[in-house]
Design a binder for this molecule. Structure first.
Ligand code: PRP
Ligand code: MG
Length: 181
């Protein structure tokens, strides 16, 4: 369809709901990290939108950095072995690191990533995610900030893609079946 929005069969969260939730998370984070150096780390590419909105919801100073990771081997994520495609530019030693992602699915990426970051000697490592799928989880991962828990459905928008499309949708929703076929 000409309009990307028309391919959604169901809207789970509207732009307004997302922004309200992100502001709420930002407020909690601001309180928790008062007086501390904060480095937020976005996981490319999905976390771009939530990083941009979260950072701008802060009234405090914050450092921003990025990592790109991929699962080892072929398309499947079940191995739990993650490869770093782009590492941080920043030395995290002594810093309070908050990893920001838009979704935790199996938990494999974030579980591997937090232990990797912890080995670099930061002051702390915590996770913030907009969405989490409790029913899809394979690896326990401690998440301090969660926007919403959602059912195990394929969702797109606000950074989440299907074949690299739909990341720029302002809402989050599920795709109409005709898109897949
Ligand atoms: C998604 C998402 C998380 C990860 C979560 O990224 O952004 O980083 O998968 O999945 P998991 O909990 O099962 O490990 P993806 O690998 O699709 O890359 P993208 O952000 O570039 O779309
Ligand atoms: Mg993706």
């Amino acid at each position: 369809s000409a309009h990307v929005q028309d391919d959604l069969v169901k809207v789970l969260f509207t732009e307004e709901q997302i922004h309200e939730k992100v502001r709420e998370l930002a407020q909690r984070i601001e309180q928790d990290y008062e007086g501390k150096n904060l480095l937020i780390v976005g996981i490319l590419k999905g976390a771009v939108m939530v990083m941009a909105d979260l950072a701008r919801a802060f009234n405090r100073h914050v450092e921003m950095d990025w990592m790109a990771v991929t699962s080892y081997g072929s398309g499947t994520k079940s191995s739990g072995v993650v490869r770093i495609l782009k590492d941080l530019d920043t030395d995290v030693s002594g810093k309070h690191v908050l990893v920001v992602d838009e979704i935790i699915d199996t938990g494999l990426t974030l579980s591997w990533l937090t232990s990797n970051l912890c080995s670099r000697g930061p002051a702390s490592v915590e996770i913030a995610t907009l969405l989490r799928k409790p029913d899809a989880q394979q690896m326990p991962v401690e998440v301090k900030y969660v926007g919403w828990d959602i059912p195990d459905e394929f969702v797109v928008g606000y950074g989440l893609d299907y074949n690299e499309s739909y990341r720029n949708l302002r809402d989050i929703g599920t795709l109409a079946p005709h898109v897949y076929s």
